[in-house]
Design a protein around this ligand. Structure first.
Ligand SMILES: [Zn+2]
Length: 280
């Protein structure tokens, strides 16, 4: 049975069960994590990426608003080198490399993602394997991004420590990950209303091994050498559980709008949005 990422103890209670796999909450620190015993394997990720149109719809078009908002905030009018870790099919690297003054790099552990990025998107600065094994020079990046990556890592410390090493002084690490407590509440409501129908997405117990909140994300970043963590808001992915659909998307965007409003009104004390963290 996996133990808490922070307390290294198994003193936990079940807070949600997803198709037979319990999600646990640490009785000491409240960290949420999946009980799924994952073996580190990435062969299945992006391996069957045959439908290029579907890939573009989700990974490119549905992400564009979020990426554009990111580039306006962190890249516009500046120049430098940006690295995307867990770059998947490479759409963010492609997006970033089109921005004036920026050289964009990607690292992806799955051979399928790497193949798509280099063969279909024709990306050249795109590497296959673990970040820790890549030949990058310390202090050689201005920005490192981790889009929807940290929740998949059994122990994110080696990756975060390596990011710290690769960033220049004053460089920014940027992360997007689900907001654990909010996702848990939504999953409970969904299950109560609709039950466990095959194919329903709840918390992704076999993929999302850790669900963070502001406090735990800040804590893991500090453990890995980051000193200043700040939470911001970017527009959400324009799809729900990988699908578009007017009503679901409308509700998602409304939720986002009110989350940002609540955060502003409470000076950041309430955050119902996904977690978008910048750390230096
Ligand atoms: Zn704990």
């Amino acid at each position: 049975m996996p133990s808490c990422l922070f307390c290294k103890e198994s003193n936990s209670r079940t807070v949600f069960t997803e198709f037979g796999t319990p999600y646990l909450k640490c009785c000491n620190c409240g960290h949420l994590y999946s009980s799924y015993e994952s073996v580190e394997h990435y062969d299945g990720y992006f391996e069957n990426q045959k439908d290029n149109e579907a890939a573009e719809l989700f990974w490119d078009l549905a992400h564009k608003r979020m990426y554009s908002s990111f580039s306006k905030r962190y890249m516009a009018g500046m120049n430098g080198r940006i690295l995307d870790v867990g770059a998947g099919l490479g759409f963010f690297v492609k997006f970033a490399s089109a921005i004036d003054g920026w050289e964009a790099f990607g690292v992806e552990i799955s051979p399928g993602g790497h193949r798509f990025a280099t063969e279909t998107l024709k990306l050249t600065n795109f590497y296959c394997g673990k970040l820790e094994d890549q030949p990058f020079e310390p202090g050689s990046f201005d920005i490192i991004t981790l889009w929807d990556v940290i929740e998949h890592l059994k122990n994110p410390r080696p990756v975060l420590q390596k990011c710290r090493l690769l960033l220049k002084d004053g460089g920014i690490l940027f992360m997007h990950t689900p907001n654990g407590e909010i996702q848990l509440a939504k999953a409970k409501i969904k299950k109560a209303l609709f039950g466990e129908k095959e194919g329903t997405h709840f918390l992704e117990a076999k993929d999302h091994l850790h669900l963070y909140k502001e406090k735990s994300l800040r804590r893991i970043l500090e453990e890995c050498g980051f000193r200043r963590t700040k939470f911001v808001h970017l527009p959400p992915i324009q799809a729900v559980a990988g699908k578009s659909g007017f009503l679901r998307l409308f509700l998602k965007n409304k939720w986002w709008f009110w989350s940002v409003a609540a955060s502003k009104l409470t000076f950041g004390r309430l955050n119902w949005d996904n977690l978008f963290a910048e750390a230096r």
